[in-house]
Design a protein around this ligand. Structure first.
Ligand SMILES: Cc1ncc(COP(=O)(O)O)c(C=O)c1O
Length: 391
């Protein structure tokens, strides 16, 4: 059976489907927004959970060393990053870890650097924890590639700027930051006493020839100045298990983080999640390879489509299954643009503006679907564009 066939998610409370009415005002849209995949979670994960349920008690459990070691091995083999067991702790959510780290490493009123555009909870975590947002707008160069602008950032920071939130690879613009770009950013932070929280949840979905560099693996100084957030949620489509890890090499930072972690008391997580986590990292390699092949095929399809549709340009997608569509040539306001996709193409995409001011005129499309679903969606956009032109 085709592993990447269309899966009917009705009856599962899948957010992507259940929230359509609320978000788009109609159920009649193909949902291509929130970042989970309409692709079956690997069998090795499902089988391990079923096996665990052969035992009749599902009580409090600690996360075993063996589960952490499975992730350590994965990180070494896939990213050349050597993590020590002591550096890792469990977290139920990368976003929750961001909040915890913000509180651990800054005080109310301190500045936190956030790139624009970026995954929306980056902003809310800063604001909800009463820190002040220091915006770092990403710039598109002459080839349309998004770049850091450290010259500009230098003018925005103050001695109260304590943290930088990095999204690597980047959601939504799809960049895999190069070693040089990261080194330059890292040096900037070291020079200004800024600790880096590096959200690397998308690091396993990277397309050749690009390569992800874990920020903390770049140098000893950066290792000691970085909080890395990683997890199997995106890689193996298992966000519903609510499990990820926080990796901190510096003993001093680890102690500060641990004090805050104890205050929120999220403990060690759920038994079935530990089982799923370990199975994914231990046995998910060949499934993951096939997944990248499937996503890359969809990515090629998107590129070919965009080449034939000059009104919608695709930012170069080096990682993630999220396409960042530049729709500015359509000449629509952000509200009209969203309505165009909902009403005229029957598609539920994420509006660019929800990722920040710099996202105005863009839409984000999740292409982790069966290829026929993507073909159908692109066909609907083509038809909607044609109808517009014919009027
Ligand atoms: C960059 C990024 N970080 C974090 C998350 C969510 O992680 P979690 O569900 O573990 O909080 C997402 C989900 O889309 C994401 O894109």
């Amino acid at each position: 059976m085709d592993e990447f066939r269309r899966i009917d998610r009705s009856g599962t409370n899948a957010e992507k489907y259940t929230l359509r009415q609320k978000l788009f005002g109609t159920e009649d849209v193909e949902p291509m927004w929130v970042a989970d995949m309409d692709i079956a979670t690997p069998e090795c994960v499902i089988d391990a959970v079923k096996e665990r349920l052969n035992h009749p008690i599902v009580g409090y459990e600690v996360m075993s060393d063996s589960a952490f070691e499975a992730q350590i091995l994965w990180m070494k083999e896939h990213h050349g990053f050597r993590i020590e067991r002591d550096w890792l702790t469990y977290s139920p959510s990368v976003v929750a870890s961001i909040g915890c780290a913000i509180r651990a490493f800054s005080n109310e009123g301190d500045g936190v650097i956030v790139m624009d555009p970026v995954y929306p909870p980056f902003y809310s975590m800063v604001k909800d924890n009463r820190r002040s947002l220091i915006l770092h707008p990403l710039r598109r160069d002459a080839e349309g590639v998004y770049r850091f602008d450290l010259e500009y950032l230098r003018t925005q920071i103050t001695p109260q700027t304590k943290l930088l939130l990095l999204c690597s690879p980047h959601n939504p613009v799809g960049r895999v930051w190069s070693r040089d770009e990261l080194m330059e950013l890292g040096q900037f932070c070291l020079n200004h006493g800024i600790v880096i929280i590096s959200d690397e949840i998308h690091s396993d979905i990277v397309y050749s020839p690009h390569r992800h560099f874990p920020f903390a693996s770049l140098s000893e100084a950066l290792r000691e100045n970085t909080i890395t957030l990683i997890g199997p949620g995106k890689t193996f489509n298992m966000a519903g298990f609510s499990i990820s890890t926080v990796c901190i090499a510096s003993e001093e930072l680890r102690e500060r983080y641990e004090a805050e972690r104890l205050r929120v008391h999220w403990g060690d997580g759920a038994a079935l999640s530990h089982t799923a986590f370990e199975a994914a990292y231990r046995h998910g390699s060949s499934w993951h390879r096939k997944l990248i092949g499937h996503l890359d095929k969809n990515r090629t399809l998107l590129n070919e489509w965009a080449n034939n549709h000059p009104l919608i340009a695709l930012s170069s997608c080096e990682a993630t299954y999220l396409a960042w569509l530049d729709c500015r040539a359509l000449g629509l306001g952000d509200r009209e643009l969203r309505e165009f996709f909902v009403r005229e193409a029957n598609l539920g995409l994420s509006p660019g503006l929800s990722f920040g001011k710099e996202g105005s005129g863009y839409m984000r499309l999740n292409f982790a679907v069966a290829t026929e679903v993507l073909e159908n969606a692109l066909g609907r956009i083509s038809d909607a564009l044609k109808r517009r032109n014919d009027v």
